[in-house]
Write a protein that binds this ligand. Structure first.
Ligand code: NAP
Length: 288
C-alpha cells in the first residue's frame, strides 16, 4: 500500500486557526520585522510568502530591504534599532546574507526575545536544557508539529536525522530526543560510514541534507515514517520554466513508507506557520 501523504498545508492551516485565536487575545497586535539584504530571487519569494502569512493572520509586518553591497555595520545598526523598537516583537534576517557578511555574528546581535528564527545561541542552548517554551527553530519545530498532528508515536522509536546543521538537523535531533517526545535518535552526516544501513534501522527518518532525492526506497524499513525537509531546484526541461523542486527523498520511497511528507506542500508550509507561531509567542511574552 502506498504511503499516506503527510500534508503540511492542512497541518499549517489547522495551526493558523489556533494562532488566530491567540492573536485575538494579544494585548498588542504581534509585529514582525523581516530584513532582506540583496536581491536573491528565491529569498524574495520566501520573504513574500512570510509577509502574506502575516497578512492572513493579522500579524503586522515591516519589510526592510537593504542593498547587496551594504556593509556589515549597516545591517548590525538596523538590528540594534529593531531590538530597541518596543512596537516590534520579532526580527527575522532572511538567509542567505551576501557572502561578505558574517551571518553568525549578526544573529548574535538579535535580542533573543525577538529571535523568531530561533537561531540565537541563547535560544539554541535552551533546547539543550529542555526548555521548549521559547523560540525554537521553525523547520524542526514544524516537523515536530506535523508528527504530533499525524499522531505519529515517537516514544521509544528509533529516529534517524540526516543532516546536522544548526538550523535543522541538530535542533531536530534534540527535539526528537527531548522529554515528552522520547525517541532514540541517530544523527547522520557526510562523514557517516553507511547512511543506508543507519536509515534502514529507523522507524522515523528525517532527511535534511540538500541533495535531491538522495534517500532511496531500499534505504527505508517497510512502514517507516519519512519526513522530507529538502528543497532542491533541479533541471527539468519537460517544465516550461526548465526546473522543478525536488526533496531529499526519492518519490519511490512512497512504495515502502507508511507516511511521507511531500515536496512541495510538506515541511515548507509548516516552517512559515511556525515562524508565525514564534512571532505570536514573542508578542505574548513581551506584553505579559
Ligand atoms: P546544510 O546546512 O547544508 O546541512 C546539510 C547537512 O547534510 C550537513 O550536516 C551535511 O553533513 C549533511 N550531508 C551532506 N551530504 C551528505 C551525505 N551525502 N550523507 C549524509 N549527510 C550529508 O543544509 P540545511 O540548511 O540543514 O538544509 C537541508 C535541506 O533542507 C536543504 O535542501 C534546504 O533547502 C532544506 N530546508 C528546507 C526548509 C523548509 O522550510 N522546508 C528549511 C530549511 C532548509 P556535514 O555536516 O558533514 O557537512
Amino acid at each position: 500500500m502506498p504511503a499516506r501523504r503527510l500534508d503540511g498545508k492542512s497541518c499549517a492551516a489547522d495551526l493558523e486557526e489556533a494562532l488566530k485565536q491567540r492573536i485575538a487575545r494579544c494585548k498588542n497586535q504581534p509585529h514582525l520585522a523581516v530584513v532582506i539584504v540583496g536581491d536573491d530571487p528565491a529569498s524574495h519569494v520566501y520573504v513574500n510568502n512570510k509577509i502574506r502569512s502575516c497578512e492572513r493572520l493579522g500579524i503586522k509586518s515591516t519589510h526592510i530591504e537593504l542593498p547587496a553591497n551594504s556593509k556589515q555595520e549597516e545591517v548590525a545598526k538596523t538590528i540594534i534599532s529593531l531590538n530597541n523598537d518596543k512596537s516590534l516583537h520579532g526580527i527575522l534576517i532572511q538567509s542567505p546574507l551576501p557572502s561578505h557578511m558574517d551571518e553568525e555574528s549578526l544573529t548574535d546581535l538579535i535580542d533573543p526575545r525577538k529571535d523568531v528564527d530561533g537561531f540565537h545561541p541563547a535560544n539554541l542552548g535552551r533546547i539543550v536544557q529542555g526548555r521548549l517554551n521559547g523560540m525554537i527553530p521553525c523547520t524542526p519545530a514544524g516537523v515536530m508539529e506535523m508528527l504530533r498532528w499525524a499522531k505519529v508515536e515517537l516514544e521509544g522509536k528509533k529516529a534517524v536525522v540526516i543532516g546536522r546543521s544548526f538550523n535543522v538537523g541538530m535542533p531536530q535531533a534534540l527535539l526528537l530526543s527531548s522529554r515528552g517526545a522520547d525517541a532514540t535518535v541517530t544523527i547522520v552526516h557526510s562523514r557517516t560510514i553507511d547512511v543506508k544501513t543507519e536509515c534502514l534501522s529507523a522507524d522515523i527518518v528525517i532527511a535534511a541534507v540538500g541533495r535531491p532525492e538522495m534517500v532511496k526506497a531500499d534505504w527505508i524499513k517497510p512502514g517507516a515514517v519519512v519526513i522530507d525537509v529538502g528543497i532542491n531546484r533541479v533541471d527539468d526541461q519537460t517544465r516550461e520554466r526548465g526546473w522543478r523542486l525536488a526533496g531529499d527523498v526519492d518519490p519511490s520511497v512512497a512504495d515502502v513508507a507508511s507516511l511521507l511528507s511531500p515536496v512541495p506542500g510538506g515541511v515548507g508550509p509548516m516552517t512559515v506557520a511556525m515562524l508565525m507561531a514564534n512571532t505570536v509567542t514573542a508578542a505574548e511574552a513581551q506584553h505579559s
